[in-house]
Ligand binder design. Structure first.
Ligand SMILES: *Cc1c(COP(=O)(O)O)cnc(C)c1O
Length: 395
């Protein structure tokens, strides 16, 4: 059966993902996924930081089914109760004043760029450029590829959308040197996810806020991966104690149903006016019902606290494992349930493959780092299972 599925994929699907891991999942429950061949896996990647509630969460499924029975899509021509209520939830629990919903992370970031540009345009100030960081990841659309500081994603698509420059992370002088009177915004991930879980320093982020205030530049946080409880805070900027002018969310926001959000603080909240931006699907009744259910379940099950507690527990255990690993594990980084385990270059691929054959789903980032982003429902005994499996593999 798996062979048939692979053959179909190879014939009909564009070859954007090459040889994927040889597995196809049929069903899931909690952190477990069951494949077409009857094998059980433990999902320590959570669909790349998406499945915050794990798989088959009963209350989540019930909320989705209830919405399916009512209405799925109506369009932006009409008021949408769930959309307004989800926007309210985001505003009431963050520094945002207004929200716009898109369908994905890249699309939310596009919205953030447009919002930054139009804010200055409407004031008659000629600021159009955006500074981002090396090794960042902001999405796969043309503008987000221009923002993404990884040449391999950019090279085939030149000329890129103009106005984006990248500088070294955690280096304030590099930002200062790149700022011009055309700089509209600086956009960063507080913890760079795709390149191997690299957290920014607190002092750097705080100094960046001061620099942006001083020079009238907007500060944007791409919280597509770090948001919605991932780091043990609803959004990672709480962990840093720094409020951005704009932040974006996606991945876990819909618990697996596609949705993205552009969240605007006081300064820019009114920059979009009728006709300036739009979407067909974004924030439709179904997607926003999913977002509301995610918020409800987060509160009921205290999942953000759980991510912080179980994340700290897991990171301690992994750090202890590193200390006794004879230099095989070279670093353990991250916050909450976004953790990078850096390995000696020569063994990284092998460790990743062996974890997979033991039934543990992770991702290999930045060449030598195992990234885990498990569902926020993770329990300590499940965290132990992962640590034990990794200990076995390393030994
Ligand atoms: C995943 C990710 C994106 C892109 O999100 P898509 O939904 O794939 O478009 C953007 N920024 C960050 C930080 C991400 O992790």
């Amino acid at each position: 059966m798996l062979e048939d599925i692979i053959a179909l994929d190879k014939k009909y699907y564009m070859n954007t993902f090459g040889d994927r891991q040889r597995v196809c999942f049929e069903r899931g429950e909690g952190i477990k996924l069951y494949d077409t061949e009857g094998k059980t896996y433990y999902d320590f990647l959570g669909g790349i930081a998406v499945n915050a509630l794990g798989h088959g969460h009963k209350d989540f499924i019930a909320a989705l089914k209830a919405q399916l029975d009512k209405v799925i899509h109506t369009s932006s021509l009409y008021y949408i109760e769930n959309q307004a209520r989800l926007a309210e939830r985001l505003v009431k629990s963050t520094c945002a004043e207004r929200v716009f919903f898109a369908n994905s992370g890249a699309e939310a970031n596009e919205g953030a760029f447009k919002l930054a540009k139009i804010y200055y345009y409407k004031k008659g100030i000629d600021k159009t450029d955006i500074i981002t960081l090396d090794h960042s990841f902001h999405g796969r659309t043309l503008a987000t590829v221009a923002a993404t500081g990884q040449p391999k994603y950019q090279k085939p698509y030149k000329p890129l959308t103009p106005g984006f420059t990248q500088v070294e992370p955690n280096n304030l002088d590099a930002v200062k040197a790149a700022v011009t009177d055309k700089t509209a915004a600086v956009m960063i991930e507080l913890i760079q996810g795709e390149s191997g879980v690299h957290p920014m320093d607190k002092e750097y982020v705080q100094a960046l806020r001061e620099l942006c205030d001083e020079k009238d530049i907007l500060l944007i946080f791409d919280e597509v991966q770090t948001g919605m409880g991932r780091t043990g805070y609803l959004f990672a900027h709480e962990l840093y104690g720094v409020e951005p002018d704009i932040f974006t969310s996606a991945k876990a926001l819909g618990g697996g149903i596609p949705i993205g959000a552009v969240c605007a603080g006081k300064k820019v909240q009114d920059a979009f006016e009728p006709g300036d931006h739009g979407t067909t699907f974004g924030g439709n009744p179904f997607a926003t019902a999913a977002g509301l259910a995610v918020f409800d379940i987060f509160e009921k099950e205290k999942l953000v606290d759980n991510a912080r507690e179980v994340g700290a527990y897991l990171k301690d255990k992994l750090t202890a494992l590193m200390e006794g690993s004879d230099g095989k594990i070279t670093d353990v980084r991250g916050a909450g349930l976004l953790i990078g385990i850096q390995l000696k270059d020569e063994i990284a691929k092998d460790v990743f493959v062996k974890l997979f054959s033991k039934g543990f789903l992770t991702s290999l980032c930045g060449g030598n780092t195992i990234r885990i982003a498990p569902p926020l429902i993770l329990k300590k005994n499940e965290a132990d299972m992962f640590v034990n499996a990794l200990a076995d593999v390393i030994a």
